[in-house]
Design a binder for this molecule. Sequence first.
Ligand code: SF4
Length: 364
Amino acid sequence: MSPQETSDFQTRLVEWFHQHQRPLPWRIHYDPYEVWVSEIMLQQTQVTTVLPYYQRWMEALPTIHSVAQADEDTVVKLWEGLGYYSRVRNLQKAARVICDDHGSVFPQDFETILALPGIGRYTAGAVASIAFNQDRPVVDGNVIRVVCRLEDLRDDPKSAAMTKRLWELAADWIPSGEARYFNQGMMELGATVCHVQQPSCLLCPVQSFCKSYHAGSVDQVPAKVKRVKSKLRTTLMALIHKDGSFLIQKRPVGQLMGGLWEFPNLHVTSEQKLEKSLQSEVLKQWGIQVEVKERIATIKHGYTSYKVTLHGYYCVFQSGNLKLSQDIPREWVPLKDLGQYSFPAAQVKLIQKLQKHMEILCAC
Ligand code: SF4
């Protein structure tokens, strides 16, 4: 774009943002803590999904200090269902750094923001520009799509050369002193108008600047990147009942979904002899003899890198002493209290099935 076109484009986009932005709670005060939490929650997650989590989080933890003071189980529970649990653990680490090193005030200096745990170039740019209105670029999935189409860039947007180009363009286009609205305008346009499929070009405020629109190439831009096929995993879950309680253990931090709780389980490659394998694995790993009664649910759930099929088996404790380990807490928890613990999303569904199963059993 020529300098004049760039200036007209900036004006058009910022005006459109002021008129058409969605009213979101973190856009009321532009408080850095609120912007930061919203940005971490929004990574890989849509606004509509994030909103109830955000409200719940702010009611429970209204300040950076309260995040720093909270115990880890509380913050993980508030995050349950959002996935990518390392994000919430890093958020808490960063809150503690802010309290210890910056007097509980979110730092304004870009390099200092970037040095906080869990904050990369995107999040640092988002907080610096949206909360502090600094002229810093942001490039997320929405911005990539919008920039590629505006400039009709057809190369793989994930390549190193394109990444560099996209960040440069996103920085060059910021109208000085307007980064807060311009950056959000780019993201909002991508989220609400310039959709992945069937973008609403006829309603687009910057259509006249869009090279892909004029070239008729919108549906080919950005270039499609080949998706890696998700791995499939089958897991048997032992829902072991003893005196009204069920056995759960905490996943070690550092593992996938570390810090969340889970039922005793076993990954299998074939669905043959499921009950027998589960019974012997529970004895081997947990040191207790159980009777595997029946399969009460089969849950299919997709995570980012794999799809899992969970077979939940209702089991009854027979004998033995539970093996305890310092690294992996194990507890017998009453059914009604399981909801207070954080589980991976697929096992939350399994708990609902277990509650129904127990209601039926008790009614018999
Ligand atoms: Fe996206 Fe269409 Fe607007 Fe171009 S004209 S930016 S493709 S919505």
